[in-house]
Ligand binder design. Sequence first.
Ligand code: ATP
Length: 351
Amino acid sequence: MSFLTLERVAKLWPDGTSAVRGADLAIQEGELVVLLGPSGCGKTTTLRMIAGLESPTSGRIRLAGSDVTDLPPARRDVGFVFQFYALYPHMTVAENIAFPLECAGLSHGERDAAVRRVAERLGLVDLLQRRPRSLSGGDQQRVGLARAMVRRPRLWLMDEPLGSLDAARRAEMCELIRVQQLQDRVTTIYVTHDQEEAMRLADRVVVMSQGEIVQVGAPGEVYDHPATLFVARFVGSPGMNLVEGVVHRGEFQPARTDVRIPLAHAAPDGPAVLGARPEHVRLDPTGPLAGRVALDAEAGPWRHVHVEGPYGRVLAQTVERRGALRGAEARIAFDPTGIRLFDPESGRSLA
Ligand code: ATP
């Protein structure tokens, strides 16, 4: 049986906004699940309903075998984390970390043991008697993380806890959260709109759009096999290339061309959108699609070359440092195993 289940959970605000529409979700004990989606898609509302801070308009929430839908937050034994920083300046690091345990009524001895354990893991032992303002930004973040994760409730619920940190700090904190969570195995639900953060952290990603759960899967599965056009665009940086066209007898013909691209997987005849990640598109003088280079940008170990033709714009990823220049003619080819197809009407994956 799942540790946490949402059964047809919906939230309709009094002004008529439908924030969450019949969400079904089953989470196993010890999992780290990330709710991912753009601003306003209903992630925070879902998390707050799990915490008991909002009541669903309909549907049930079960935790560890009991129905908690009508239980107040204090009786659910969940830890809710908004942001890791904002430490109490007048308290030492040790007192800051111990604070949630004090609130939970743990004894001195229990508090000291728990603080020691988390401080050792996060390399904070030598800083325990310091005040927050004497610490570097990175150390303050780690103290905040220690305070958030020192208690071991039944669920950790985290709402964009990394706030406005820069990319390097985010990556570092994601790693620390993951390490902590793997050691304690407290079931965790983490909300973010940042797909890279989601990919880094999650056992499973739950992608939401307009109040609906559109896909649930391991990060690699969501990246490789997006269930909808929305997921294809939203996940990945940049997102998937999408080319409109039509499938006919095992081949894809991009719109406004007479080119036929053989498909590796069977797909029904009819209108379709071809999806391909940039790493599955290459510049190839013998490739089937001709166009012109609209943009040519360095992207770390790769170059991103945007090729434009009557079919639209397609981004190819290449390791070559030099080559296509803006305005030059170029041809592209798709790696057949990287091709995905979507129904243009419903947006759902076809193959
Ligand atoms: P963000 O990342 O911006 O917080 P989100 O995905 O977490 O977005 P929610 O905060 O859950 O989305 O909001 C979902 C929808 O519900 C939005 O349209 C939002 O404007 C609306 N909403 C949220 N809270 C309330 C409220 N208390 N009253 C009315 N509408 C609300």
